[in-house]
Design a protein around this ligand. Sequence first.
Ligand code: AMP
Length: 422
Amino acid sequence: MAKAFSEFGFDDRVMEGIQTMGYETATPVQEQVIPLILEGRDILASAQTGTGKTAAFLLPLMQRLLQEPHEEHHINALIIAPTRELAIQIDQNLQGISYFSSISSIAVYGGNDGGSFDQEKKALSQGADIVICTPGRMISHINLGYVKLQHLHYLILDEADRMLDMGFYPDLMRIIKNTPEKKQVLMFSATMPKLIAQMARQILKDPAEVNISISRPPDKIRQRAYVIYEQQKAGLILHILKEHKDLKSILIFCSRKTSVKDLTRDLKREKLNADQIHSDLEQDQRADVLNRFASRRLQILVATDILSRGIDIDNIELVINYDVPHDGEDYVHRIGRTARAENDGEAITLISPMEQRKFGSIERLIDKVVEKMPVPADLGEAPEYRPEQRSESGHRKPGGKGNNRNQRRRPRGDKNDKRGRS
Ligand code: AMP
């Protein structure tokens, strides 16, 4: 039986915020984490986006800020997130639930113009109850000397594993060095690799550990895959899109920016309602694309892994993996964009010969053999699925329609363009 929010003893202003957001009962991560935060414990929580983790730390944080005396002109709580998109999402969530309280907050994730830097600078110099930031941007401000972190009471690291993946460890440690010894630290991470455990030992004191992670996709997602040659992929995508032409929201993941750009160009050439998102776009452009996609004016969004976590767009009906994600967790994150809330979803992965072993290990991780679909005859002969064998060349020329995408090497994840996305 899910717990009602009234059982946490929240202030009326927090309860009103919860009502504004339309939350009725606490999610499992909220049920576990909220009482521990209210007790003042440090937390190490493994919970993915979509579990309600943002409200799990924002609600008790607000409660504590409202109830306990705190410094007016200093930063009381600092929330650090890996990307602008996630920081914006936390900020929006906070604005909703703090609507009825006097909690002040600033978001420091940067626009590209000087104006937003100056605004952030002014706000940081004056202090605020809660600051939400990305690491790189915060360091730029800290370097200029006006950031007042010496009275910080609460530090929250969201998607800590992602931040380490993106190379933010030194920035994080530099920010933390500027904070007082005595503070409550909450660390959220989708996965718990060794480095996270190490970092947790450095910065958390006697943390309560909470584990809500699901390393398997929900059963309601229909997972399928096509075993094909690399150069058949673009043709197959067109075929899949034709088959699903009545869907309103289709998200296609590629591991590399260049693949995103090429594929988007191909789809537009076919007069499909498609657009792209990746780290080369300006913040305004990204926001515009996301907006059109969320409001369903844009049917097909082609994205790098920038979107696989932390983005809250409901009702995506189909996720297509143009290539096999780097590891099982990324796979779960990518396909988890579909089947949010009450809806069923569908995920289709394209597996080239070079990617078969990797997909095999993903199937082991999720403990499921994903259904392999017959490749349409007009695309020519397709390879066999033999994931236990060493990868052979992915570039055998098939008969039928191919395209020029056979030159692409399979990237190792999207590591090269991760830095600087904040
Ligand atoms: P998050 O994991 O924080 O990204 O949250 C995923 C989605 O769940 C967001 O749209 C939240 O607004 C929503 N959410 C968070 N807590 C609850 C709750 N207790 N009941 C219903 N929805 C919630």
